[in-house]
Design a protein around this ligand. Structure first.
Ligand code: BYC
Length: 480
């Protein structure tokens, strides 16, 4: 079988020759019912019987890898798909740089590798759990379908990590695979592993912000793991990145459409002041300062996912050749970083300052910097919309010290400009920066479902083009 073709004959579609690997095939087949139970219990609520126009991977070839069709979500063909191998691939960084990439787990790094895979795996079902109630308030069938596409693919990403655990980590891999189905987002006793994945995604603006900001962390982390010297992880992540692009598209265009609708409504009503919240809200659209507050919230939550600025874990994973930098293969240096430094934003004597730190210890900071750059590019595209309508409002990323729970700034309170505030000042001003109860209640009041094909809730503009080039009236979800 070619390495790009997918075998659809068994229970688990795959391009890893599961048929020739009875032990792993059995392990995955016995994990399957638990997964389906989890999907039925924790996946999209109320739409499990509906027919959804979804894409499914039919190849891992970069061109034409997916086909679209109506499918009931519990019948989605979740599979194990790895990008084609790179012939003669070498470990691209760290102390083993230049040695042949590992096809088996390097014994000395087993625990570290397992931890990275488990953390990655844990985020995938977590996001499905966070988004499970959103179907009920979808602003259109187009958006409903996109939500479900994201959800089923996060489910597949869980499969991707579970395959690695089952195939390469024996009994403890099986236990970890089981535990991935037991933890629950937001559960006080068995929470998901990383902070942001225990937060709520209460409304569609949050969903778009999540897919813009948090899925973008997914992209950065997957790009770093795609560099891994452990070749099966690298190949797995490379294919996941193909799917991830759509998730960020959903976020970026989702927020763009919200901003566009607000600007249109303001123009039609002759409102030029974006801060005239009351007047704008009367139009049934979300005022721009409230959209900015949602961005502040999701950006700050997501920054915590990069871990501490200075991290021995990150240094060890790089040194070992397990987790590289963003697009390591495009960087020009010694790829070992034993003697280089990197500027890190730190809290020194109560002031936020740059300080050079050993580059190995500063890898989380470096990845976060790359991430912030990527977010800025997306945000600049949002700002083109307000510019086009001549509305004097530009979205801006808050300072990286704003509202942090992990790392250098977790013990201070800073405003969106990075000015350190007293606790009292923060309490007094926090509603300036973050959605207040009133903002949340207003957004919630707009969340009314629109399930007529081709129609959209009044607070969001239609997309420029349909999915799979379908026309505007296309019935993306047949609700049953
Ligand atoms: N919450 O040295 P430190 C995605 C823990 S998103 C709670 O500072 P490290 C997706 C840390 O575990 C991408 N705990 O950080 C998006 C450690 O605990 P232990 C997911 C946290 O390890 C949308 C301790 O603090 N993938 O795919 O260098 C939808 C000290 O850690 C947090 C990955 O993250 C936190 N935020 O970096 C669906 C890639 N941050 O071990 C999917 C794999 C840190 O001492 N993970 N801690 O008990 C990693 O590379 C690293 O684990 C992290 C943390 C970047 C997350």
């Amino acid at each position: 079988m070619s390495t790009t073709a997918i075998d659809y004959n068994g229970l688990i579609p795959n391009n890893v020759e599961l048929g020739a690997d009875p032990r792993v095939k059995r392990a995955l087949e016995s994990w399957h019912p638990g997964y389906i139970n989890w999907w039925n219990d924790m996946g999209p609520e109320g739409f499990q019987k509906s027919l959804v126009y979804l894409r499914t991977a039919v190849s891992v070839d970069a061109k034409g890898w997916a086909k679209f069709d109506y499918i009931r979500m519990p019948e989605y063909r979740w599979g194990v798909l790895l990008a084609p191998p790179v012939e003669d691939r070498k470990i691209p960084f760290g102390t083993h740089r230049g040695e042949p990439a590992w096809q088996e787990v390097p014994g000395e790094y087993r625990a570290m590798l397992r931890r990275l895979i488990v953390i990655q795996g844990d985020t995938e079902p977590a996001s499905v759990e966070q988004q499970r109630h959103l179907g009920k308030t979808a602003p259109s069938l187009y958006d409903l379908r996109n939500l479900f596409q994201v959800n089923v693919e996060e489910g597949r990403h869980l499969w991707a990590m579970v395959y690695l655990l089952q195939k390469y980590f024996g009994t403890d891999g099986r236990e970890e695979a089981e535990a991935l189905l037991q933890r629950r987002s937001g559960d006080p006793d068995t929470p998901r592993m990383l902070g942001a994945f225990n937060e709520k995604t209460p409304d569609w603006l949050s969903f778009f912000m999540f897919t813009f900001f948090t899925d973008r962390d997914g992209k950065m982390q997957l790009e770093s793991l795609a560099q891994s010297g452990f070749d099966p992880l690298s190949r797995t992540c490379r294919f996941m990145l193909t799917e991830e692009a759509h998730h960020m598209f959903v976020g970026e265009t989702g927020v763009t459409r919200v901003i566009q609708r607000t600007c249109e409504a303001m123009k039609e009503a002759g409102i030029g002041d974006p801060y005239d919240k009351e007047a704008v809200r009367k139009l049934g659209v979300i005022d721009l300062p409230t959209i900015q507050k949602k961005a502040n919230l999701h950006f700050s939550l997501t920054l915590d996912l990069f871990g501490s600025e200075i991290s021995t874990n990150a240094a060890n994973a790089f040194h070992a050749g397990l987790k590289g930098r963003f697009r390591e293969d495009k960087l020009h240096d010694d790829h070992q970083l034993e003697s280089s430094t990197y500027p890190v934003l730190r809290l020194i004597d109560g002031k936020i300052k740059n300080e050079d730190a050993p580059a190995l210890s500063a890898l989380n900071m470096r990845l976060r910097d790359d991430y912030v750059g990527d977010c800025n590019n997306g945000m600049n595209r949002w700002n083109k919309v307000t510019e086009k309508y001549g509305i004097p409002f530009q979205m801006k990323l808050p300072h990286v010290a704003f509202r942090r729970h992990i790392g250098e700034f977790s013990n201070i309170k800073a405003d969106v400009a990075g000015i350190v505030l007293s606790d009292a000042a923060w309490q007094k001003r926090k509603d300036e920066f973050l959605p207040s109860d009133d903002d949340r209640a207003f957004i919630e009041s707009l969340m009314r479902p629109q399930a007529t094909p081709g129609k959209f809730a009044p607070w969001i503009a239609p997309p420029k083009v349909g999915i799979d080039n379908k026309p505007g009236e296309f019935e993306y979800v047949k609700i049953i």
